[in-house]
Design a protein around this ligand. Structure first.
Ligand code: PHE
Ligand code: NA
Length: 449
């Protein structure tokens, strides 16, 4: 198939690593991972999550990028072309459609939470200039959630920032931004972990985070851990497939993928090690933190640390950037598809973003006007997360595994993975063919019955 993509190409291997890491590292690591660990009993959840990353996530990540690079188009077009070329059922194209729907659903709430990071960066900026301190973080967070107009405003700003980059094409602004800002984020996290150590509760936090209490494990914990593994690696919705389409031929996929997964996992674990010592030190229970966890716990520390206000500003501003580089990859697959169908890049990006923004109203209202709506013990935002992250992503990943494992021709796989040691290739293929689909199916079926 084609050597290059009509949407543009990453300028180098480093550019791809930055973009893929930018997609992976985001709210999933710093906002979602700690609160899921908090809600699911700590250690056992974390271990199941790590197992899912390395047994299921990594092989599927390789498969997604490989399919993308082979096809060089948006997921739907690529899958259509491969099915034609191999004579496989056109049904496999549904992977691309599932991905686009999941991406739109995820972006709808991701952008609302991305708006919270902007709101908090703004609050700390105001404090630097004499604004009110956050002395009661729970109250500050609560009043933000109570106000639909305020949530909508920040949600709109975040979505605007996302469209801006996607409309311009990914190569320019983004490659340059992540090069400096991601290491900076890593550094602030490291400092927060160091601060956690000074509270004297780092050991206790680590124990809670890594010592499994298997009595807490039920089907729900497995579903949450599997869903989070897919979510955090940007997997199962064709975001990585899309980024793979812009990847130069000579870059080794397995090696690149390993770097991305290790960075992503490190950031998540560090976020946990930064947040829980603070939570414990301030006498909050590590259990049941919910989506507000980082917004109600970290400000406690920023309030008492020397230079805490400037630090709070840096932290939330960098978290915004991390969320931004992820939301771009949520918007890109649908945009690329519409460009292939003849729209301008700008028009396509704006149209998809508008749909996501409007859907985001459900998340916004789930905290106020519609907070009484509950199903399966969840509010509206929780329901969207359940359907998109915990069901659609794993199902998408399962189909991708089967497609790459059984349908794609041997020659294509070997061409894309040239240089991979033979044992690695065989292992990868059988993981995709048998183990990954079985594990994902077992987790989902177990949850249903
Ligand atoms: N991986 C991102 C995060 O952890 C979220 C994401 C999911 C991005 C799916 C793209 C696709 O924040
Ligand atoms: Na992530």
């Amino acid at each position: 198939m084609e050597k290059t993509s009509l949407h543009g190409m990453w300028s180098s291997r480093l550019a791809f690593i930055l973009a893929a890491t930018g997609s992976a590292v985001g709210l999933g690591n710093i906002w979602r991972f700690p609160y899921l660990a908090s809600d699911n009993g700590g250690g056992a959840f974390v271990l199941v999550y790590l197992a899912c990353i390395f047994i299921v996530g990594l092989p599927v990540l390789i498969a997604e990028i490989l399919i993308g690079r082979h096809g060089r188009r948006s997921p739907i077009t690529t899958l259509g072309a491969i099915t034609r070329e191999t004579g496989a059922s056109k049904g496999w194209t549904s992977i691309g459609w599932i991905g686009i729907v999941a991406g739109v659903l995820i972006l709808s709430f991701y952008s609302v939470v991305g708006g919270w990071t902007l709101r908090y960066a703004w609050l700390y900026l105001a404090q630097l200039f004499g604004g009110a301190h956050i002395t009661d973080p729970a109250a500050v967070f609560g009043s933000l959630l109570e106000s639909p107009t305020e949530l909508l405003l920040w949600h709109a700003l975040f979505m605007g920032a996302t469209v801006g980059v996607v409309a311009l094409g990914v190569e320019k602004g983004l490659e340059r931004a992540v090069r400096f800002l991601m290491p900076a984020l890593f550094l602030t996290l490291l400092l927060l972990v160091a601060y956690g150590a000074t509270t004297g509760h780092l050991g206790q936090a680590a124990g809670w985070l890594f010592r499994p209490d298997w009595s807490k494990v039920d089907a729900g914990v497995f579903v949450a851990a599997m869903g989070q593994a897919f979510f955090t690696l940007s997997l199962g919705m064709c975001a990585m497939m899309t980024y793979g389409a812009y990847l130069p031929r000579d870059v080794s996929i397995p090696r690149t993928v390993a770097i991305v997964a290790v960075c992503d996992t490190t950031v998540a674990l560090m976020a946990g090690l930064a947040i829980f010592p603070i939570v414990i030190a301030f006498g909050i229970s590590p259990e049941g933190g919910g989506p507000g966890l980082i917004f109600t716990s970290l400000p406690l520390a920023f309030e008492v640390m020397t230079g805490g206000i400037a630090y709070g500003l840096a932290f939330f501003a960098l978290l915004f950037v991390a969320a931004w580089t992820s939301s771009i990859s949520l918007l890109e697959p649908a945009t690329a598809y519409m460009v292939e169908r003849g729209r301008s890049r700008k028009g396509a990006a704006i149209l998809v973003a508008l749909v996501c923004w409007a859907l985001g109203l459900l998340t916004v209202f789930s905290f106020n006007l519609l907070s009484h709506v509950r199903l399966l013990d969840r509010d509206l935002m929780g329901l969207i997360e359940l359907v998109a992250n915990d069901i659609m992503l794993p199902v998408g990943g399962l189909l991708i595994a089967l497609f790459a494992g059984w349908v794609l021709k041997d020659g294509i796989l070997r061409e894309q993975l040239a240089g991979m040691p033979a044992w690695g290739f065989t292992l990868w293929r059988w993981l995709l063919r048998i183990l990954c689909p079985l594990l994902v199916a077992a987790v989902l079926i177990n949850a249903l019955f």
